[in-house]
Design a protein around this ligand. Structure first.
Ligand code: SF4
Length: 191
């Protein structure tokens, strides 16, 4: 019997990870990696981290944790602060989070890398996979170019998260996505 590959899964949050991990575990040994310095404010970061920890413990999979350096993230993204969601800022944000995941995978000897990010209907899968595939070449570690939202994945994920009592968030995570959501609610987008 062939061994399942050891996969390091970048976890953006608990509700997105619940269904994705169950799906991937059929063919991989999955370890989660929570690395999301984009999340603002710190209180929200801690909330999402705690939900991911609770999920991993209850579902029985290991979860590694990266650093949280919000200031460094903002410095890196500042020039792109007025980009709309799904624009260049998001590509850089995906690249940064996946790069750190590849570094962790290299250091710990994982066979491949994937991310929960493509489950979200608000994110462009090809944008995520373009970054993952470029990093795969750079690091010499395989990347799983999944589109988890296909075949009704998002609804499966929502229902499972609800059944497990894991809460969804109402904005992507960064201060800019929070700003744009608030302005959209008020009916004016002014950046
Ligand atoms: S909107 Fe989401 S993906 Fe885009 S930069 Fe902000 S946190 Fe990152």
């Amino acid at each position: 019997m062939t061994e399942k590959p050891r996969l390091l899964l970048h976890v953006c949050c608990g509700p997105c990870a619940a269904w994705v991990v169950r799906k991937l575990r059929a063919e991989h040994h999955v370890t989660g990696f929570f690395f999301n310095p984009n999340i603002h404010p710190g209180k929200e970061y801690l909330f999402r981290l705690e939900e991911a920890r609770r999920l991993a413990k209850n579902e029985g999979w290991p979860l590694l944790e990266g650093e949280y350096d919000l200031s460094a993230w903002v410095r890196e993204m500042f020039a792109l602060r007025n980009e709309p969601e799904r624009g260049e800022r998001c590509s850089l944000c995906f690249n940064q989070r996946l790069r750190r995941t590849f570094e962790e995978a290299r250091e710990k000897g994982f066979d491949m890398v994937a991310s929960t990010l493509s489950i979200s209907p608000y994110k462009v899968t090809r944008q995520i996979n373009a970054e993952g595939e470029a990093l795969s070449k750079e690091f010499g570690i395989a990347f799983l170019p999944e589109n988890f939202k296909s075949q009704d994945g998002w609804n499966h994920a929502r229902h499972l998260a609800h059944d497990l009592g894991i809460q969804h968030q109402d904005y992507c995570g960064c201060v800019y996505s929070q700003r744009d959501r608030l302005l959209a609610v008020r009916g004016t987008i002014t950046r």
